[in-house]
Write a protein that binds this ligand. Structure first.
Ligand code: SAH
Length: 376
C-alpha cells in the first residue's frame, strides 16, 4: 500500500511540531537571541496562544515578523461530537484535506486523549474499521501535537500548569500504527512530555502497537512511554488471520520483544489488548493459553468487547463469556480488566475511527460540497 506524504501548504510555515532544537534554529535564523526560543515555546505549549500579537514577552518587531512567516495553526475541526457519556470526538482535517479522528474520554480519576498517528492504517486487522480505509499517510509531528493542542483549546485546558486540567493521560490508540510512523511519533512525544510545555509525563502516555517487533525496543529506550500490545489471539494461525502483521512478526518474537521492553517491571506492566470476538478467540481454552504465553512478562490484560461497525465480519462475545474469560485470566494470576466501551453513540469506541471522507468516498464528498456551495 502506498504511504503518501503530505503536500506542503504554500506560504506560511507552522511552528507547531518543531522540536525544541528546531525551534531554536528557527529563532536563530530570525536573528533573535537564544532565550527567545524558550519564550516562544512557553507561549505555544504552556499558554496555548494562537495569536503572535498576544505573545507580549516578545518584541513587537519579532511578533510581526513571526506572523508574516509562520502560523501556530491547529488542524481544522470538521466535526465535534459529544456522546451521552461525556466522550467527545473530533474529526480533524489537515492542510492536504486528509482527515483523522481524536477522542477525549473523561473518567472520574483521569481524562484520556486518544490520538491518531496516521490517516488510515496499512495493517488491515480484520476487526478494525480504520483498516478498511484505503488512503494512508503518516501524520507529521505538527499534526500529532496539533490534535492535543486543539483538544485543549476545546476543553479550556490552558495553561498547561492548571491543577485541574482535563487531559491527564494520552494514548496512541486512534487511527494508524504508531510504530510505522516512529520518527514523527517520537518527536511529538518529546514535545508533549516537555516540562516547560504541555507537560504530560511519559508515565501517563501509552503507545499501542499491533506488534512491529523491530521498533519496540528502540521505542522504549527513546520515548520511555508505556507499551500496549494488540495481541488478540494466542495462536499464530488465528493471529495471522485477524492481525496480519503477525505473518511478519509472529507471537513468540513479539513476546520476546515485550520481555525485553526497557523499563518494564511489576509496577510498570505491558498492557495486552485482547478484543473479544464471538466464537473466534473467546473460549476458556484461549484464556488458559493466554495465561501460559504471558508467563514471566509483567503484564496486564485488557479485554476489549468488540465494537461493531457497519459491515463488520464479527460479533462481540456475550457478556457472560467476557466475564468468564476475565475470571479465568485473573484466577491464573494475571491482572485482567474489561474495557468499558465509550462513546458508542458517536462511533468513538475502539476501532471505530474512520474519517468521513473515507466513509462517504472522496468523490461523494466533493459532490456534496459542490451541492452545498451551489445551494448557498
Ligand atoms: N495500531 C495500533 C493502535 C490502534 S488501535 C494497534 O494495533 O495497537 C487501538 C486498539 O483498538 C487496538 O488494540 C485494536 O486492535 C483495537 N480495535 C480495533 N478495532 C476494534 C474494534 N472494532 N473493537 C474493539 N477493539 C478494536
Amino acid at each position: 500500500m502506498t504511504v503518501i506524504t503530505p503536500e506542503t501548504p504554500s506560504g506560511l510555515t507552522g511552528l507547531v511540531g518543531l522540536s525544541r532544537d528546531e525551534l531554536k534554529d528557527s529563532v536563530a535564523a530570525a536573528g533573535e537571541p537564544a532565550f527567545r526560543a524558550k519564550q516562544l515555546w512557553h507561549w505555544l505549549y504552556c499558554r496555548g496562544e494562537t495569536d503572535f500579537a498576544e505573545m507580549t514577552t516578545l518584541s513587537k518587531d519579532y511578533r510581526a515578523r513571526l506572523a508574516a512567516a509562520h502560523t501556530v495553526d491547529r488542524p481544522e475541526v470538521v466535526r465535534d461530537q459529544l456522546s451521552t457519556d461525556g466522550t467527545r470526538k473530533w474529526l480533524f482535517r489537515f492542510d492536504d484535506g486528509q482527515e483523522a479522528e481524536t477522542v477525549f474520554i473523561p473518567e472520574s480519576d483521569r481524562g484520556t486523549l486518544c490520538i491518531s498517528s496516521q490517516v488510515g492504517c496499512t495493517l488491515t486487522c480484520r476487526f478494525c474499521h480504520t483498516g478498511t480505509q484505503k488512503l494512508v499517510r503518516n501524520l507529521t509531528p505538527g499534526e500529532i501535537v496539533g490534535q492535543v493542542l486543539s483538544a485543549r483549546d476545546h476543553l479550556g485546558d490552558w495553561p498547561s500548569a492548571k491543577p485541574d486540567r482535563k487531559i491527564t493521560n494520552l494514548v496512541f490508540m486512534g487511527m494508524g500504527e504508531p510504530l510505522y510512523n516512529y520518527e514523527n511519533v517520537r518527536t511529538s512525544i518529546g514535545i508533549i512530555t516537555d516540562n516547560e510545555g504541555i507537560a504530560i509525563s511519559r508515565r501517563k502516555i501509552t503507545l499501542s502497537t499491533a506488534g512491529v517487533v523491530p521498533m519496540i525496543e528502540r521505542c522504549g529506550e527513546e520515548t520511555g512511554v508505556n507499551l500496549a500490545v494488540s495481541l488478540h489471539a494466542v495462536t499464530d494461525e488465528l493471529r495471522d488471520d485477524i492481525v496480519p502483521v503477525n505473518k511478519k512478526y509472529p507471537i513468540s518474537d513479539l513476546l520476546e520483544a515485550c520481555r525485553a521492553y526497557p523499563g518494564v517491571n511489576n509496577a510498570r506492566r505491558i498492557t495486552f489488548e485482547y478484543v473479544m470476538l464471538k466464537g473466534v478467540n473467546d473460549s476458556q481454552a484461549d484464556a488458559k493459553e493466554l495465561i501460559r504465553v504471558l508467563k514471566g512478562i509483567p503484564a496486564k490484560v485488557n479485554l476489549i468487547p468488540f465494537n461493531p461497525w457497519p459491515g463488520a465480519p464479527y460479533l462481540c462475545s456475550a457478556p457472560d463469556v467476557v466475564d468468564a474469560f476475565a475470571t479465568t485470566v485473573n484466577a491464573g494470576g494475571l491482572i485482567g480488566t474489561v474495557r468499558t466501551p465509550r462513546g458508542q453513540d458517536i462511533l468513538a469506541a475502539c476501532g471505530q475511527l474512520k474519517s468521513e471522507s473515507q466513509r462517504l468516498g472522496i468523490r461523494e464528498r466533493r459532490l456534496q460540497e459542490a451541492a452545498a456551495r451551489a445551494a448557498t
